[in-house]
Design a protein around this ligand. Structure first.
Ligand code: PLP
Length: 508
């Protein structure tokens, strides 16, 4: 009897997570409507609610894990309200912080489609079309930035991971023993990697995680434009070789995180050829700008790299997360990552060999990140991307000229789509060290106030010991009038904070 009723209930399962087609349509349409409203409401909203974590936690509530479920329409009503009322919107026209782009609406829909089909893009047997779309995306990105299409690569979660993949491929390729079997213990020479002082912190994670240790990083000086000093690089390699170290890799920047500076990539390529070093380019931010016909020869030099990191979730405007690593020779990724466990039968046949992305990177099970990128590339095309990136650069230059024209703002740098500047009260001299320290503190407070205020969102950089405000425009919603609003907001905030802070900070 009991087993009869169990059979019945297992044949007729009541599944708490299933949705009827009618329910799915109803809730889905409501959700899409609310998202569309959110996109149109950006200009009327603050960039961020600016609330403290305490307020955010109160809004969320501190309920225990629910024992039973809740209806889907109620959950979505609550979830959209929570997120729309208490978020920072990097899709807002006045978001220019860090390097996070506005997300393309087609990418938003792409993520929905990707998770609906839910292919596991670790093996082509599990994701036949998705694997081919990812391979095409890699070819299209390569074509866009002038990287050899005969290479390979894969989508990863972001810039850190893309750089880690390139770094590890370089380490495997350039050490003089079988590192995959023997590990770092077999090293009889200490390894060295060369990066400019402006390199993003991923390099420290890479050197640490992959057993070189952070002391293996040679931080090469930069010149006043934040570009790697090539003479210093050459000297350092020679002196390390003479001292018995094993140089394996140089990392060039195609857009540094703070100021968007581009290293002299063709010269680095030639040094790498001369010393048989792996040439990795961190183009997480700036590589897409190589698509512009007017791109500099320095930036175009990324075509010579053995590996390139590029973030579609930065300047290809894909929703988070989407990073990408390109390699000149796909075999180098297989040599780094491929194992063949007995429980996988994904190899395909001799006539039809399989492209299995689990062999090319860290992940085995992989989501379909490529779809949102591929859809964006199809919607905008090469010309569309060139236009959006060119406009972002033009807006950044316009911002530089606007702040330069203000007696109370000191314009500092402008590269790619990053402009740095700082507020300096007219009566304060920069040269005086007490005033210099105060101006730094003042700008830090200006940044805190602006970031919480919601009128616009920028971040910071340190330039020649100066605390700078920094706007990075990777935002297709930003217009010239958004940019024109910035000087007044910075000056108003600067004046009011200066009036508050100066009596306690500076002796007269
Ligand atoms: C030059 C550069 N490299 C790497 C990264 C890390 O990228 P992600 O935050 O996507 O891991 C960034 C992030 O801003 C970057 O600007």
């Amino acid at each position: 009897m009991e087993s009869d009723s169990q059979d019945k209930s297992l044949n007729n399962r009541k599944v708490p997570l299933e949705m009827s087609p009618e329910e799915f349509r109803k809730v889905g349409h409501q959700l899409v409507d609310r998202i569309a409203e959110m996109f149109t409401s950006f200009p009327q909203r603050p960039v961020t609610s600016g609330e403290s974590s305490k307020i955010i936690r109160q809004a969320l509530g501190n309920n225990k894990l629910p024992k039973t479920g809740t209806s889907t329409d109620r959950i979505f009503e609550e979830a959209t309200n929570l997120l729309f009322d208490h978020s920072l919107f990097n899709g807002h026209p006045r978001f220019w912080g860090y390097i996070t782009s506005s997300a393309s609406p087609i990418g938003v829909l792409g993520d929905l489609l990707a998770s609906a089909v839910n292919p596991n893009v670790g093996a082509s047997a599990l994701s036949p079309m998705a694997t081919e779309i990812e391979a095409q995306t890699i070819r299209w990105i390569s074509e866009l930035i002038g990287y050899p299409e005969t290479g390979g690569g894969l989508l990863v979660s972001g810039g850190n991971m893309a750089n880690l993949v390139g770094f590890l491929a370089g380490r495997t390729a350039k050490v003089n023993w079988n590192i995959r079997e023997e590990g770092m213990n077999a090293a009889n020479q200490k390894l060295r990697v060369y990066v400019s002082k402006a390199t993003h912190t991923w390099i420290e994670k890479a050197a640490d995680l992959f057993g070189l240790g952070t002391k293996a990083i040679c931080w090469i000086e930069t010149d006043i434009n934040e570009q790697m000093d090539i003479e210093a690089l050459k000297q350092q390699i020679l002196s390390d070789q003479a001292d018995g170290y094993l140089p394996i890799m140089v990392v060039g920047a195609a857009g540094t995180v703070s100021t968007g500076a581009i290293d002299p990539l063709p010269e680095i390529a030639s040094i790498c050829r001369q010393h048989d070093l792996w040439f990795h380019v961190d183009g997480a931010y700036g590589a897409p700008a190589a698509a512009l016909p007017e791109a500099s020869a320095q930036l175009r030099g990324l075509s010579e790299a053995d590996s390139v990191a590029l973030d579609p979730h930065k300047w290809l405007y894909s929703p988070l997360e989407a990073g990408c690593v390109l390699v000149k020779n796909p075999q180098t990724l297989l040599d780094t990552f491929s194992f063949h466990p007995e429980y996988y039968s994904f190899d395909g046949s001799k006539e039809d060999p399989s492209l299995n992305y689990y062999e090319f990177g860290f992940q085995n099970s992989r989501g379909f990140r490529a779809l949102k990128v591929w859809l964006g590339l199809r919607q905008a095309g090469r010309d569309g991307y060139i236009k959006m990136i060119r406009d972002d650069i033009a807006l950044s230059k316009a911002l530089y000229h606007l702040v330069e024209a203000q007696p109370e703002i000191e314009a500092l740098t402008q590269n790619l789509s990053i402009t740095t500047f700082r507020y300096v009260p007219v009566d304060l001299s920069n040269d005086d060290s007490e005033a210099g320290k105060y101006i730094n503190d003042l700008n830090q407070e200006i940044l805190n106030k602006l970031q919480a205020g919601g009128e616009l969102y920028i971040s910071n950089a340190i330039i020649d010991d100066k605390y700078a405000l920094r706007a990075c425009i990777v935002n297709f919603r930003t217009t010239l009038s958004d940019i024109q609003a910035l000087p007044e907001i910075v000056i108003r905030t600067g004046r009011s904070l200066d009036a508050e802070m100066r009596p306690n900070h500076l002796s007269n």
